[in-house]
Design a protein around this ligand. Structure first.
Ligand code: HEC
Length: 107
């Protein structure tokens, strides 16, 4: 019983952390993100930098947000243009890039 309570608390904490990290994205953007970007960015065999792997994203960030945005829109390496998200616009990508790279949009 005690273990169950502890597990439940752990799940709640996890939920809270992920909700607060994604706080800058709207529900629509989160949806687009889950349905498109995570097809690759949560799968190691695609060669895409994985969500939550800062070592990869630091290199990406070093290019500057503007160049990264252009790469997302035009495609880069084996990433297709716009990451398959035809309903995403530029401001959606900016939020997603900030979310993925862990840089805040409150600058
Ligand atoms: C079909 C797989 C795939 C999908 C879908 C995909 N990506 Fe990618 N993405 C990649 C791969 C592979 C790379 C690494 C490309 C390289 O550096 O050669 C990458 C790289 C990136 C980068 C780093 C670009 C840079 O300048 O290094 C960003 C940012 C990114 N993706 C964002 C997104 C976003 C946002 C979405 C959803 C709208 C998305 N990706 C959907 C495969 C994908």
């Amino acid at each position: 019983m005690k273990l169950n309570v502890m597990l439940a608390k752990g799940m709640l904490a996890l939920l809270f952390v992920s909700a607060s990290c994604a706080a800058d994205m709207t529900a629509r953007q989160l949806n687009q993100f889950y349905n498109n970007c995570l097809q690759c960015h949560a799968r190691p065999d695609t060669g895409a930098p994985l969500l939550g792997d800062p070592s990869k994203w630091n290199d990406v960030l070093a290019k500057g947000e503007r160049s990264v945005l252009i790469n997302v829109i035009e495609g880069i390496g084996s990433m297709p243009p716009m990451g398959y998200c035809s309903s995403c616009d530029e401001s959606d990508f900016v939020e997603m890039i900030r979310f993925m790279t862990g840089s805040s949009s409150k600058k």
